[in-house]
Design a protein around this ligand. Structure first.
Ligand code: BES
Ligand code: ZN
Ligand code: ZN
Length: 498
């Protein structure tokens, strides 16, 4: 059963659930009247834990006890740390620790006493949104390919967020909105986690088609013959070594009449072997995540349709597999891009920018007012910023600033990199118009951006290099191991903020 999250208005002492979660700030361990009433039923369990300093409400501290009242079996106390040091990131961290702890106790349903979590320095809706998302993200599990001991996998089916009667309507709306984000992120994780023998370009394209059908989006797809005929030599050079043929799918959402659309383009390399410049084994592992950009784009469009945003969107997934065979492209090749610019190949593992170059140039036919691309483009993004943030760069400061604002709201971190003209030197080619890479590894993420910039002309454009943020090697807070779905919340908040 899939996890359900719901806002419910009720008096706390009337709750009937397997577990109730109550949060405290370290510097305020008092019980309000409702809690006093509840605690009386638990035999003063809460007060005793506090009095004996068994629960100090330090950040991410969780203490549970068996209450054995008629309504509630377990009480879970959660620490939110010092009120002064608190922020929405910490709220998500602690709500995640709590959710996983309760799941670990094999409790399938729990209630969150919202008032006890609340810190009035933060917006009511944002607060509910982050709690909802933290529960949904942290309880995520990818079990589709498990066949054994399924009954031993612990799952939570239901989270109730208990709010005051006065707040009921706005709380329900906030939770429902947050669930649209959560579902988009979770479906993105599922698709990115899908193994590369299954999630080939055709599969992801068919998935996009099904999403379009369910949400009333327009769907078109270009297959290898059409891509070839259109003259997308850079894209096809990457795609042609694989028996799994490329697909470029296009989703269109109309929420704003005749307005010019915003184009979202996702890199969709379903597996990146590196090509003839083959990756060493330890760098190749998890390269199914190289399709994350395209997977995110599908679900951002779905979310925008569900939220009925007043924007026009074109979502493009440029799907291909970077494989190895006799027909593979190779260093020294010169290719004519869709835009007409000739490109000298330096390294077959820099395939994402080749695919994107043609997809970006093609997207100009929609006369976009802005283009945003989401791509696991460089390992250098990890060297620069680690796994928790993504470099952004572009040709339009206003657009970049809007993306930064969306980053603050969504809590998905981005950091601006410059595309100074001095960098252009590095992609000058002796034989073609440009090369797709500098001759050494310096400023790797920026060089990726400098190259892509050539293909958007004057259209306002932002490139988000999600190479580091889309995959979690370790479980941390609401990031579960594997695909993170990074970029989905960022882009929805960006589009909502326009
Ligand atoms: N898909 C990779 C980038 C990547 C690496 C994403 C690690 C996530 C984790 C990209 O296609 C790639 O291989 N880039 C090369 C570029 C190099 C050849 C200039 C890289 O970053 O090593
Ligand atoms: Zn590569
Ligand atoms: Zn790649």
């Amino acid at each position: 059963m899939a996890l359900k999250i719901e806002a419910i208005s009720k008096n706390i002492a009337e709750i009937e659930d397997k577990c109730i979660a109550i949060a405290f700030f370290e510097d305020n361990l008092k019980l309000n009247m409702e809690l006093e009433e509840l605690d009386r039923k638990t035999g003063d369990g809460i007060k005793n834990l506090i009095k004996n300093k068994d629960f100090k409400a330090e950040a991410n501290e969780v203490k549970t006890f068996y209450a054995d009242t008629k309504g509630v079996k377990y009480v879970a106390l959660l620490g939110l740390g010092k009120e002064k040091e608190f922020n929405l990131n910490k709220l998500m961290d602690s709500a995640s620790v709590l959710s996983k702890k309760i799941r670990g106790m094999d409790i399938r349903s729990f209630s969150i006493y919202f008032d006890s979590f609340r810190n009035k320095n933060f917006d009511f809706e944002a607060y509910l949104e982050k709690i909802t998302q933290a529960a949904a993200f942290s309880l995520y599990q990818f079990t589709k390919y498990k066949t054994k001991d399924l009954d031993k996998i612990k799952t939570v089916d239901k989270v109730n967020i208990i709010v005051n009667k006065d707040d009921a309507n706005k709380a329900k709306k906030a939770v429902d909105d947050a669930l649209v984000y959560s579902e988009a992120v979770i479906k993105t994780r599922d698709l990115v986690n899908t193994p590369p023998n299954v999630a080939i370009p055709e599969y992801v394209s068919a998935y996009a088609k099904e999403t379009a059908r369910k949400n009333g989006l327009k769907f078109t797809v270009l297959d290898e013959k059409q891509l070839e005929k259109l003259g997308m030599e850079c894209y096809m050079a990457v795609a042609r070594a694989s028996v799994n043929k490329p697909r470029m799918f296009i989703l269109e959402y109309k929420g704003a009449g005749d307005e010019k659309p915003i184009v979202l383009i996702g890199k969709g390399v379903t597996y990146d072997t590196g090509g003839v410049n083959t990756k060493p084994a330890n760098y190749m592992a998890n390269m199914k995540d190289d399709k994350a950009g395209a997977c995110s784009v599908i679900h951002v469009l779905e979310a925008c349709a569900r939220l009925k945003l007043k924007v026009n969107l074109v979502g493009i997934g440029a799907m291909a597999e970077n494989s190895i065979s006799g027909s593979a492209y190779k260093p020294d090749d010169v290719l004519k891009s869709y835009s007409g610019i000739t490109v000298e190949v330096i390294h077959s593992d820099a395939e994402g920018r080749m695919v994107l170059a043609d997809a970006l140039a093609y997207s100009l036919k929609f006369k976009p007012k802005a283009i945003i691309d989401l791509a696991t483009l460089t390992g250098a993004a990890i060297i620069a910023l680690g796994y928790n943030a993504s470099p952004i760069m572009g040709n339009d400061q206003k657009l970049i600033d809007k993306m930064k604002k969306a980053s603050d709201k969504s809590l998905e971190k981005v950091w601006e990199f410059p595309l100074w003209e001095e960098y252009e030197e590095l992609i000058k080619s002796d034989i073609a118009d440009i090369k797709h890479l500098g001759s050494d590894i310096d400023a790797g993420s920026i060089i990726g951006g400098i190259f892509l910039k050539k293909f958007v002309n004057d259209t306002p454009w932002v490139h988000i290099d999600i190479g580091g943020a889309v995959w979690a090697k370790q479980e941390k807070s609401y990031k579960t191991k594997g695909a993170t779905g990074f970029g989905v919340r960022l882009l929805i908040d960006f589009l909502r903020g326009l």
